[in-house]
Design a binder for this molecule. Structure first.
Ligand code: DSN
Length: 430
């Protein structure tokens, strides 16, 4: 950073300000995390300078004696971490990774079945304005209107009726355990592929505090920067064999290729969708996987959930309504509807003024729009990375209750902001 300060003071100061912000506020966006300096160092390394289209031992450029080993190390560690049969560490991020899966397994117009965005799903799970519904057909499942939980019986009935070619499990705003096995069994029953998008919970899975989609799921996608606490990127993991391959009329070589799910996924990532992989980010993934393989990471993952439960308990004690009544994972969805419809943005701004960074979010069956949703999504990955525990969660929940109970009170926001800063100073990071 010293040379940057001299060469480009404008960018230098912006980065320094962002570092200060990350230090001095309570970041509670559940899809964010603070990575270690080792991960950051890999991201900023000279591996940025290399082009390496292709895969280890089969590149289109020269100069790979070290890059190949970096990629192979990342693959080997990811396999060990999740128990995956095949791993591709090249995807740039979650959306392109999901796109690669569809590109590998579907034809344009084939049907994708995923969770509706406003119920807690993701854009790439078949949302109408996304490529996943523009180039494919989409049928979307919801949560039960009473319990706000995934209803696997209803999802099974919908799958039997709609006959999708792929069923996507996984969510971005669902505070409970996802039964990946049940999703896979439905896919098997109707002759569809199963894709588990574990982006939000992959750190919890690695830390053995959420059930795993391995070894049964056909393809598993995860981003690497959320609870897994690595660089901003993604990876794909899959079974070696395509259980739905149709090989009639093919010669031996064609049939072997048709049955090779790993090859289909690899070819969809490159050359199907991407060009050169980001080798510096792959190195950072390798560092992150090594960290996640350590016993301390299991402790971290368990503490994330313990903290989320403690925070949820305090929010309930403060009189707030939580979607599904609480949490089993790293995130909590606060439903502000009892205070007024569409207050999510106002609430998130009030919290930000008080030093707590969250994001507005729809709640299931929201009476308002995604631009003015009625919920606020929060999570504990960063608070836990900073070393906070249940007693801090109780304090944070109390502050949130006060702020959300009196959203226009700017004096209160300023007072809490000071207290938040004092708490942050006790848990320094970077
Ligand atoms: N945008 C991410 C999230 O915040 O959950 C998902 O891609």
């Amino acid at each position: 950073m010293r040379s940057m300060k001299e060469q480009d003071p404008e960018v230098y100061h912006l980065i320094e300000h962002e570092k200060e912000r990350q230090r001095n506020v309570l970041n509670m966006i559940p899809s964010e995390n603070y990575v270690t300096e080792a991960v950051l160092t890999a991201c900023g390394s000279v591996l940025n300078n290399k082009y390496s289209e292709g895969y280890p031992k089969g590149r289109y450029y020269q100069g790979h004696e070290f890059i190949d080993d970096v990629e192979l190390l990342a693959i080997e560690r990811a396999k060990k971490l999740f128990g995956a049969e095949h791993v591709n560490v090249q995807p740039y991020s979650g959306s392109p990774a999901n796109m690669a899966v569809y590109h590998a397994l579907l034809k344009p117009g084939d049907k994708i079945m995923g969770m509706r965005l406003d119920m807690g799903g993701h854009l790439t799970h078949g949302h109408n304005v996304n490529f996943s519904a523009r180039y494919f057909t989409s049928t979307q499942y919801t949560v039960d209107p009473e319990t706000e939980l995934l209803d696997l019986d209803a999802i099974r009935r919908q799958a039997i009726k709609e006959k999708p070619k792929i069923i996507v499990s996984g969510a971005t705003a669902y505070p409970r355990i996802i039964d990946f096995k049940a999703f896979h069994e439905i896919a098997e029953e109707i002759g569809a592929y199963s894709l588990a998008d574990i982006s939000h919970v992959s750190g919890l899975i690695a830390g053995k505090v959420h059930p795993s989609p391995f070894p049964f799921t056909d393809v598993v996608m995860t981003t690497t920067h959320k609870t897994l606490r690595g660089p901003r990127a993604a990876m794909l993991m899959c079974k070696k064999e395509d259980r739905l391959a149709k090989t009639e009329g093919m010669d031996e070589k064609q049939a072997a290729q048709e049955k090779d799910l790993a090859r289909k996924i690899d070819r969809a990532v490159f050359p199907g969708l991407q060009g050169g992989p980001h080798d510096h980010i792959i190195a950072a993934k390798a560092v992150c996987f090594k960290e996640a393989l350590q016993p301390e990471f299991k402790v971290y993952a368990h503490q994330i959930v313990k903290n989320a439960k403690a925070l949820a308990e305090e929010l309930l004690a403060q009189g707030l309504r939580l979607v599904t009544g609480g949490t089993d994972n790293h995130l909590i969805l606060i439903d502000l509807t009892p205070k007024g419809i569409g207050l999510g943005k106002e609430g998130a701004i009030a919290l930000e003024n008080a030093g707590m960074c969250t994001n507005m979010n729809t709640v299931p069956y929201d009476k308002s729009t995604p631009f003015r949703p009625s919920g606020i999504r929060i999570g504990t990955p960063i608070l836990t990375t900073r070393g906070m525990k249940e007693s801090e969660m109780k304090q944070i929940g109390a502050w949130m209750g006060q702020i959300l109970g009196d959203m226009k009170n700017t004096d209160l926001q300023q007072r809490v902001r000071q207290d938040v800063k004092t708490l942050c100073d006790q848990f320094p990071f970077y």
